[in-house]
Design a protein around this ligand. Sequence first.
Ligand code: FAD
Ligand code: SF4
Length: 467
Amino acid sequence: MENKDRLKIEKVKMPEADPEVRSHSNVEVNSGISKEQAIMEAQRCLNCKNPTCVDGCPVSVNIPKFIKEIEEEKFEDAITTIKQTNLLPAVCGRVCPQEKQCEASCIYTLRMNKPSVAIGYLERFAADYEREQLKLAKAKPAKSNGIKVAVIGSGPAGLTFAGEMATKGCQVTVFEALHKLGGVLRYGIPEFRLPKEIVDYEINTLKDLGVEFRENFIVGKTISFEQLKEEGYKAFFVGSGAGLPNFMNIKGENSIGVMSSNEYLTRVNLMNAGSKESDTPINRGKHVAVIGGGNTAMDSVRTAKRLGAERAMIIYRRSFDEMPARLEEIKHAKEEGIEFLNLNNPVEYIADENGRVKKIVLQKMELSEPDESGRKRPVPIKGSEYEIDVDLVVVSVGVSPNPLIPSEVKELKTSKWGTILTDDNLQTNVEEIYAGGDIVRGGATVILAMGDGRKAANEMYKKLTEK
Ligand code: FAD
Ligand code: SF4
């Protein structure tokens, strides 16, 4: 097909579950594109000589190659190409902010002012096709080199590191503090965006490669680094994430019914608190306010809607233009009837006589010059305070690094924000310890965590084998 014909094809639209149905259930919102749609979308790719899309991918997937393979209906080849550098394609195809990464660097976006090739949808298609249709033979463990390495944390950073090291023949054990694996993929991102059977499938692939997992195991509490060294572990990768929620420290924040999004989402996603059979309690608020404008805030407010909230509101101190959540999440939230109280900031929570939150005092904001983050600075408007009724508040104003590992390994250097400091190769000042993902970057993204896991594995392996 000639390029002029490729340019005439319209970008595929992702089929979605009906907003009315999905906002009362856990059905996945994006249903995935069909084989025919995938082939048609793949035909839009110009197979550029200098594929700028790859520069935008933190794990450097060979994007034009896998898209060409989809166009030629070589679906097994397509997934093999992706998996050469991305071990969690069904996850990334669903949750990566492609619009800020590979798709932002696609030639259609950069030079032609046209919608990019739908790289994320195609990645998801290839991964789902493999899982649902191809049912390929299980991966086999590589020949062992006898080197034992330990991973702390089973989020995307730890999982990617583990997979890469297992492929190189190392004996890898992943230690996870929670009773289920996956980090934020399990306890943070809800089922309606990332079904847990997909997380399980991708983790099982790592088990097939020989990776051992030990749940309910807190490194630093269950056992120390020293003890792990005595068990023969030669090196460590810390991917312990940024699971410590931030609060605003305003009056009334410790009222009953004010909680962090971390706690709220963990109760629902990890402990299944939304189901009648679960022993874990959950506050099913009728008037729910979620404070913040990131992905975590969108996930919380949409979860509240699914748990029966009549009014589920986002309270955000800037405007839609500055909102850090993915555009797709904002669109989906609007379709589901979420209210957006932008340019509003909570200044106080008012509780009833039992200490239970019943009102928020909000102050209106206006935007002024951009701050150090490049976004316009919100400035309070004096005298604009007003109250709204609420019975549940979910605070979603960012996270801080998990402090346990730095406090266990005292000599480990950290920044003033508590992130672990590493060199460019992700090695810390303690020779045998590498680190990556949110514990190094602060709250970031799945694909950046995966990129770190991959890089750290390559660098650590080089060091271990040159000895
Ligand atoms: P995590 O995923 O946080 O995993 C760390 C793991 O380490 C946890 O399981 C923890 O229990 C474990 N651990 C900690 N300490 C110990 C210890 N001492 N011993 C053993 N185990 C330990 N990013 C996107 O790209 N797209 C999205 O749509 C998106 N949505 C998000 C929605 C929510 C609700 C949240 C909270 C985040 C979202 N993110 C999203 C961000 C993304 O999930 C994180 O950047 C990513 O998961 C970081 O990966 P990680 O491996 O560094 O850490
Ligand atoms: Fe295809 Fe866009 Fe990458 Fe070019 S930049 S190879 S058109 S996906």
